[in-house]
Write a protein that binds this ligand. Structure first.
Ligand code: HEM
Length: 676
């Protein structure tokens, strides 16, 4: 073993010891490993009590390291070479991290499999030996939500482990990174968040939390190893990581606090309960990690520039150990029972996360606020990033049309109007209100968002990569725009089919009921409305560069061919003989509500009538765009003709003009002759 490998192993060992020590201390103090005798159930035994959190810790650490290694390969290290096909390929160090990710993903899969066995043993109250030798494992895996979730993790991580061995391009490495991030979610989402009092906020909170923890913790660990091993390009990697880490830090803190508030409604519970005290420990660790980040920015990053990498390596190693200890604390927290709610929840509250609101009326639709963490965060980020782009252009002395900024913010406002107000409160219980949400998100919001031209703004505001041939955010965006995937989905025919067919597929299959029952499924449905609508309107009236531009008459035809399908959809709903998602709407039906089927007929009428509004707005837009495009083209041709005339040449436009003038002169002459 050479000296640099020895340094990496020593630090990895120290971080593992820190994680295990924090886990053991927190498990003992929080009481999560004391034997509990639940009447009617046997005791699963000490192996399960300890094996469950330990396998989870290995899972969480391996997950973070896999994500970190994939990020290092796909985004932190510069892309330098071009493969045999001429396409960009990963550099040798990046390929090394990718192969490392393969082993780490295999460890992640093994730990998830072990966690699966311990989970079944824990739920059934039977020792691991009985579970493994009997038929319980195979028969309970599919029945327990945690079992299904862990099976999904094993499957996805095995795919990541196998593909990481053969992948060679940056785009494919990004695909693997996306897969790994998906694999982070199932396990924590079937923990306390699924049963928290305010479960919709808790589910979004945990998803954002683990989605930001892994790149941050894993990215720093890989960076520390890179520095300890004395490898090249540390400066570029550290600068890129630092920008990403700031975003992760903000998301981890905000989502962590939201998670705690969702489980501990009374702040006194932070010190009165085991769960609260462990959460407090994490808040302190979080503050300490914030200080580490600040110190890096102020002190160690400038020293890397001056090629003094030792200080960074030492400091990042200590930081990685603190992060690992916090992961230990996190696992103990997830194993510690939060305090039970003061009163027993009603069935409706356990389904929608709050008690049934009073009878619906327009004032309540506008004023009953309902906090949706996911969409609040989305709107804030989209608004902030857009303003940052415009300000960067302004500082450079470039202008950006006010109309586009206004359109972008009107679009964001419409999202707030249907996801954070009374519309969001009533949407889960009344199909008619859900339909308002759907129509706005898929047919109104996207019009304003595409007119805001976010891609054009990003292409102008983002700086090109410093290293030639490398991919920074700007190059990634351009690569995505030119990719076969975008070219396929942005084809007018495909975008229209996605826009129209997905509506029918969602509502007339069991998919709709599943999306209403599962909070993440519900978010996915709403995001799909937004994305499919944006894709369609991008093709129709988009200002941003697109792979296929339709001529204006073609766009008009597309608009008039598509809109009737929405009318058909509305009419189909108005003629429903039996309610959609009957079990869901029966379970949440309010006393004051109209019969479920009648409410769904109203929803159909809303879908039918609403189509006219976007059609009208799009027609106005198209008319303006067509007119201004013609004007621009005419001005361009005039300029070309003038330039050609100045050079004494004859251009096509100049020829046309000369012929036209000649014709006028001939007509005038003939009129004169006739008059004589
Ligand atoms: C403001 C600071 C933080 C707060 C308030 C907080 C709070 C929470 C809460 C309430 C959970 C859900 C536990 C459950 O299911 O009952 C959680 C999960 C988690 N947290 Fe944090 N956290 C914070 C910072 C951090 C940091 C700095 C890290 C890592 C360095 C971290 C890593 C994790 C992980 C990995 C999980 C998922 C554990 C699992 O289910 O296996 N958290 N956090």
């Amino acid at each position: 073993m050479n000296a640099s490998t020895f340094r990496v192993v020593r630090v990895a060992l120290a971080a593992t010891i820190a994680a295990v020590a924090a886990l053991v201390a927190a498990l003992v103090l929080g009481g999560a490993v004391t034997e509990k005798i639940i009447p009617g159930l046997g005791d699963a035994g000490a192996l399960t009590r300890w094996g469950l959190p330990f396998s989870r810790l290995v899972m969480d650490l391996a997950a973070a390291l896999t994500v970190g290694a994939l990020i290092a390969a796909a985004a932190l290290l510069p892309v330098t070479g071009a493969g045999g096909s001429g396409r960009p390929s990963l550099s040798a160090p990046a390929l090394g991290y990718l192969r490392g990710a393969s082993w780490l993903a295999a460890l992640w899969a093994a730990a998830a499999a072990a966690n699966l066995v311990f989970t079944v043993s824990d739920v059934l109250g039977q020792p691991v030996g009985d579970i493994v030798t009997g038929s319980e494992l195979s028969s309970y895996v599919g029945q327990l939500p945690q079992g299904t979730a862990l099976m999904m993790v094993v499957l996805i991580t095995v795919v990541v482990a196998l593909l990481s061995r053969t992948t060679t391009t940056p785009a494919a490495a990004f695909g693997l990174l996306a897969l790994a991030i998906i694999a982070l979610l199932p396990a924590p989402l079937t923990g306390h968040s699924a049963s928290a009092a305010n479960h919709s906020v808790a589910v979004t909170g945990v998803a954002l939390h683990v989605g930001a923890v892994a790149p941050w913790v894993g990215g720093l660990a890989i960076l520390a190893a890179h520095a300890l091993a004395g490898r090249d390009r540390l400066g570029v990697m550290a600068a890129r990581f630092s920008r990403m880490a700031l975003w992760c830090y903000v998301i981890v803190g905000a989502s962590g606090l939201v998670n705690v508030i969702a489980r501990l409604p009374d702040p006194a519970q932070l010190v009165d309960t085991d769960y609260g005290r462990l959460a407090l420990g994490k808040i302190i660790a979080f503050a300490l990690l914030g200080w580490f980040g600040w110190w890096h920015r102020e002190r160690t990053l400038p020293r890397i520039e001056a090629r003094e990498t030792r200080a960074f390596a030492r400091f990042a190693s200590v930081e990685a150990a603190v992060m690992a200890a916090t992961m230990g604390l996190a696992v103990a927290l997830a194993r510690t029972a939060p305090p039970a709610p003061a009163e027993v929840e009603s069935t409706v509250k356990s389904l929608i996360g709050y008690d049934l609101p009073p009878k619906v009326n327009p004032a309540r639709l506008a004023t009953l606020w309902q906090f949706d963490f996911f969409f609040a965060a989305l709107v804030l980020v989209l608004g902030f990033v857009y303003v940052a782009g415009v300000l960067r252009l302004r500082r450079r002395g470039d202008s950006w049309p006010m109309g586009r900024t206004a359109a972008w913010f009107v679009g964001l406002l419409t999202i707030v109007a249907v996801t954070e107000t009374g519309v969001a409160t009533y949407a889960p219980i009344l199909f008619s209100v859900h339909m308002v949400q759907h129509m706005v998100l898929s047919m109104l919001t996207p019009i304003f968002l595409v007119v805001g031209a976010p891609v054009t703004l990003a292409l102008r505001a983002l700086k090109p990569a410093k290293v030639r041939g490398d991919r920074g955010p700007r190059e990634w965006l351009t690569a995505l725009l030119h990719s076969r995937y975008v070219s396929f989905v942005a084809h007018p025919g495909i975008a229209t089919v996605i826009f129209v067919a997905s509506t029918f597929t969602l509502y007339f299959t069991p998919l709709f009921e599943s999306a209403m029952r599962n909070h993440l499924g519900h978010i996915a449905m709403m995001v799909h409305f937004l994305v499919s609508g944006s894709l369609f309107y991008w093709v129709l009236i988009g200002i941003d560069p697109a792979p296929h531009k339709l001529p204006y008459p073609g766009r008009l035809i597309l608009l008039f061919v598509t809109m009737p399908f929405h009318a058909f959809f509305g009419i189909a709903l108005m003629n429903l003989g039996a309610p959609l998602a009957r079990a869901w709407y029966t379970a949440v039906h309010p006393d004051w509500g109209t019969p479920i089927l009648q409410d769904q007929h109203t929803g159909g009428a809303i879908a039918w009538g609403f189509g006219e509004i976007p059609t009208f707005i799009v027609l106005i837009f198209l008319a303006f765009q067509w007119f201004f495009d013609d004007q621009r083209r005419a001005r361009r041709e005039d300029r070309q003709a003038d330039r050609a005339a100045a050079r004494g040449e004859r251009s096509a436009a100049g020829d046309e003009l000369a012929a036209y003038n000649e014709r006028l002169a001939r007509l005038a002459k003939r009129e004169e002759e006739q008059a004589e």
